[in-house]
Ligand binder design. Structure first.
Ligand code: ADP
Ligand code: MG
Length: 763
């Protein structure tokens, strides 16, 4: 084993030496190859530079012109080409040499040695394998002989360890050598690559050479072409010289022709000159003849002019005189205007004076008319009583109870007959309206009273009668067919409008009711509140109602609003409106304040429109409780109204105005100069005859009262002649003396202004 180990060691050393030698050889070879490749690169560079020179030379030659130089250059280029070709051949030879030198490298001794070494290495490996097998056998033998060979065993163990180490080192070495061999194998491939590049580059050089040769060829062709062109140009020159000679001959020919033409032209010109002179002569002679004619004409015109001159003179004269007239015209005009103005002024003055006279007469007539009207009223009586019979309605039922008991006189519209308990009773009133009389007809009879309110009179219109006799219909009417209230206000508005040029009017309204002797404001914020009638604290003796609302009205819309408002208040204050309204007096108080702007005359008139409570005698038919009390109040107030009227009629010292709220409130509209209309409403039905009888008796009694002559409540501020005139015309009992001159009441101060009343002492 030791011997084999030593042998292996020796073998390994030898292999290492061989490897080193191989590596050296490889390095030398590499150096050689590097040197050869550098040399080859240098040669390729040279060739490239040569090629560049050639290319430059060719371009220079291209830019040059001239046959001889080109030829020289061509010769030079041919020589250069030859030289390059030879050089190329030499390079090719060198390349071949190089290839030949490289060829032994492929099958070189190193490779053969390498292969031998490898073979030997594998043989050694095989031998090592065999040795290992032997070693295993020996191991077995060693183990068997352990007991006997302890020492040998120890040594063997040592040697075994050593051998294992050595083995490993060897195998490492072997692997290294194998790698080196592999790298060496790849080296020749590198060399092959370099050779190939050289071959490619020499091919490029060849191609460049070919290109330069072809360029040379092309240049030679160019030179040949240039020469040809030169030849052609020479030929052209010769032909153009020929043409020039021909042209010269032609010119000579043309010149001779020109000379001929010139001669001809001169001849023609001469002929034309002669012609012209002839024409001029002819024209001159013609012009002379014409001139003569013109002279003759001129002479005629001159004579004409001479005759025109006097006409022109007269025209100028006329013109001048006209101018003078125009200059004088404004003065004349002004004079005329002045005189016309004076005439017109005079006429206007005359018209004015006539107007004034007419106006004076008109006013006098107006006063007279008023006086006559007042006289008429006085003659008719201050209290006028009308009767109105309503038609039979469904409410009256059927049968004998609903039969008609009222008849009229065909000849007298103031008489009516009532059939009561088989007896016919006749009544005479101021006027009787039958059932078919319209609201319009009724109002026509009333409107004179309404207008007198504008003139400053106090007016009362009462609707009297039993419940259901048509009081409310006459006073309020329906919306489609309004009654006296609305028509009166409309009439007031239209009257006020027609007088607006001279008068300022203010119309205010209050709506109130008297129920159970309590006065309520139906336009106020608190309609349930009882109002009091009081004496003015200023000692004037006038009455007023503190807190009574007054609305200023200017249109029909305003009136409708006021009525609606009053109606709503009345409805909310009672449970049964029909019953309530029949047991209370409804008052519409219209106050008209007027101011005559020209005279300063102030007037105040009051129109009281009263829908009285039902006059039926309830108390006598055994009513009780509140109904009885209501009936008592109604009876009391209606008989107080009768009493007052009676006292006034009979001129008693004491008039019991204070016996009821109604008479107290209307005191100033009932007394003295006031005008009163009582509209007695009756039902024509058989069942109502006893009530109808009572109402008509009341009417007759009232009608007989005389209130005395009417006077106007007017405060005279200026223009006394009018009032005096009225007094003069009226005779001894002048109303003005009885007029209640009062301090100017002025217009009402607003919605809630209290009514100021004039109090007339009962005496
Ligand atoms: P009063 O107010 O006196 O109680 P109304 O005015 O309420 O009576 O009239 C009672 C009824 O008779 C109403 O339906 C009303 O329309 C009708 N009436 C009254 N007068 C006339 C008349 N002249 N023409 C037609 N209908 C009338
Ligand atoms: Mg009524």
């Amino acid at each position: 084993v030791v011997a084999s180990m030593a042998h292996l060691q020796e073998e390994k050393l030898r292999l290492q030496e061989e490897l080193l030698a191989l590596q050296e050889k490889l390095a030398a070879r590499e150096n050689e190859e590097l040197a050869v490749s550098v040399q080859l690169q240098g040669q390729v560079e040279n060739l490239k530079a040569n090629l560049l020179d050639q290319a430059q030379e060719i371009s220079r030659l291209r830019s040059e012109l001239g046959g001889t130089d080109l030829e020289k250059h061509r010769d030079l280029l041919a020589a250069e080409n030859e030289r390059l070709r030879q050089e190329m051949k030499a390079r090719e030879g060198e390349l071949r040499e190089l290839r030949r030198q490289q060829a032994p490298c492929r099958g070189c001794a190193h490779l053969q040695e390498n292969a031998g070494l490898q073979e030997r290495l594998s043989q050694l490996q095989r031998e090592a394998e065999e040795a290992r097998a032997k070693l295993a056998e020996l191991d077995l033998e060693v183990q068997q002989k352990t007991n006997r060979l302890a020492e040998v065993e120890l040594r063997l163990k040592d040697s075994l360890a050593e051998r294992a180490e050595e083995e490993e080192r060897l195998s490492r070495r072997l692997r290294d050598s194998q790698e080196t061999i592999a790298s060496l194998k790849s080296q020749p491939q590198q060399i092959k690559y370099i050779i190939k590049t050289v071959e490619v580059e020499s091919a490029k050089a060849k191609q460049a050479l070919c290109e330069s040769q072809s360029r040379n060829q092309y240049l030679q062709e160019q030179v040949g072409m240039q020469r040809q062109v030169l030849k052609e140009m020479e030929q052209q020159l010769q032909s153009s010289q020929k043409t020039a000679a021909q042209l010269r001959a032609q010119i000579a020919m043309y010149e001779s022709e020109l000379e001929r033409a010139h001669g001809h032209m001169l001849e023609e010109m001469q002929a034309m000159e002669d012609e012209k002179n002839r024409a001029i002569e002819e024209a001159f002679s013609r012009a002379q003849v014409e001139m003569k004619a013109v002279h003759e004409n001129l002479a005629g015109v001159r004579t004409n002019l001479l005759t025109l001159q006097p006409a022109l003179r007269t025209l100028t004269h006329d013109y001048n005189s006209l101018k003078r007239q125009v200059r004088d015209f404004p003065v004349l005009l002004q004079e005329t205007l002045r005189s016309a103005r004076a005439e017109i002024g005079q006429a206007i003055e005359e018209v004015n004076s006539t107007n004034r006279e007419l106006l004076r007469k008109y006013r006098r007539e107006l006063q007279l008319r008023k006086k006559c009207h007042n006289e008429l009223v006085r003659l008719k009586g201050n209290i006028r009583v009308f009767g109105r019979v309503r038609p039979i309605t469904k409410e009256d039922g059927e049968g004998p109870e609903a039969a008609n008991a009222v008849t009229f006189d065909a000849d007298d519209d103031a008489v009516l007959h009532l059939l009561h308990k088989g007896k016919q009773v006749s009544f005479e009133l101021d006027k009787v309206f039958p059932p078919q009389a319209s609201q319009e007809e009724v109002f026509q009879e009333v409107q004179a009273l309404v207008t007198s309110c504008i003139d400053g009179y106090n007016v009362c219109i009462f609707a009297y009668g039993q419940t259901g006799a048509g009081k409310t219909y006459t006073m309020e009417g329906t919306s489609a067919n309004p009654g006296i209230n609305q028509r009166a206000l409309q009439l007031l508005f239209s009257e006020v409008r027609s007088k607006a040029a001279d008068w300022d009017y203010t119309i205010t309204v209050s709506v109130a009711e008297i129920y159970n002797e309590a006065l309520r404001d139906l336009l106020g914020k608190e309609p349930h509140e009882k109002l009091e009638i009081k004496l003015c604290p200023d000692g004037s003796g006038q009455l007023y109602v503190p807190g009574l609302t007054e609305f200023r009205v200017q249109s029909v819309e305003d009136i409708n609003k006021v009525f609606e408002f009053g109606h709503v208040n009345r409805v909310t204050e009672c449970t049964n409106l029909n019953e309530h309204s029949s047991r209370s007096h409804a008052l519409l108080i219209v106050t008209v304040h007027g101011l005559d702007r020209s005279t300063g005359l102030r007037t105040t008139g009051k129109l009281n429109l009263v829908d009285l409570a039902g006059s039926e005698r309830v108390g006598r038919s055994g009513a009780e409780g509140s109904r009885l009390r209501e009936a008592q109040y109604i009876n009391k107030s209606l008989s107080a109204l009768g009493d007052v009227i009676y006292a006034l009629r009979s001129r008693q010292g004491h008039v019991p105005f204070r016996n009821s709220k109604l008479t107290y409130l209307l005191q100033d509209s009932l007394s003295g100069d006031s005008k009163t209309l009582m509209m007695v409403q009756v039902s024509p039905a058989e069942k109502n005859t006893s009530e109808t009888l009572c109402s008509l008796k009341f009417a007759e009694r009232v009608r007989s009262v005389e209130l005395g002559p009417v006077s106007r409540k007017a405060e005279l501020v200026s223009w006394p002649s009018q009032e005096q005139l009225e007094g003069d015309l009226q005779g001894t009992a002048a109303s003005s003396s009885r007029g209640h001159a009062s301090p100017s009441p002025g217009p009402p101060s607003g919605r809630a202004a209290s009514i100021r009343r004039k109090l007339q002492t009962s005496g």
